[in-house]
Design a binder for this molecule. Structure first.
Ligand SMILES: [Zn+2]
Length: 186
């Protein structure tokens, strides 16, 4: 269900990060500066949503939800108690109408009812509630000491260690290889 996204690392390299859940992808996305940034990001996840629908009010809501998901998922990854105020905020977002599922092939025009940005935010909040409530032990941090990014391990064997195999996984392999060479030549 999670789609992941391309991010730009501080050193300028783009890399693909699949956080393992739509709500965690949302928290990991670049901070939206304008309502339009928010609308465009949400439109890539909710195809019936018009990117132009996002208002300044939606942007403020999104920033609150994003920070809340970030704090709660980090606490879950660190096996800490969730802040009750954050839990209340998340539940409040999740209690509003979300994006309803729609099956293609009906007689009515698709998208007859206009989808609102708030519904997309509610869907993301509900996703966060689901992953924090069910198997929260799957929410973990990247093993790399200089990364520690939060993701949800969706793998069947629940043994994902890295935010990205191409990024931190590879760096760890290179380090291990160098250490072996150093040990062999010592
Ligand atoms: Zn990492």
């Amino acid at each position: 269900m999670s789609a992941g996204q391309w991010l730009i690392a501080p050193e300028g390299v783009s890399w693909f990060f699949d956080a393992g859940a739509p709500s965690l992808d949302f928290a990991a996305a670049p901070e939206p500066v304008h309502a339009r940034d928010l609308g465009e990001w949400l439109a890539t996840r909710f195809e019936r949503l018009d990117a132009a629908d996002a208002s300044e009010r939606d942007l403020a809501d999104a920033m609150t939800l994003r920070a809340t998901i970030e704090r709660l998922s980090t606490a879950a990854a660190d096996r800490e108690t969730l802040d009750p105020d954050d839990v209340d905020t998340l539940n409040l977002f999740g209690a509003t109408p979300d994006v309803p599922p729609a099956l293609a092939g009906g007689r009515r025009q698709a998208g007859a009812g206009r989808l609102r940005t708030g519904q997309a935010l509610s869907s993301l909040a509900r996703d966060a509630i689901a992953i924090l409530a069910v198997e929260p032990e799957r929410i973990r941090r990247c093993d790399a000491d200089d990364c520690r990014r939060v993701f949800r391990d969706e793998s069947r064997t629940a043994n994902r260690r890295w935010c990205s195999m191409q990024r931190c996984g590879n760096r760890a392999k290179v380090r291990a290889h160098r250490a072996r060479l150093a040990a062999a030549s010592a």
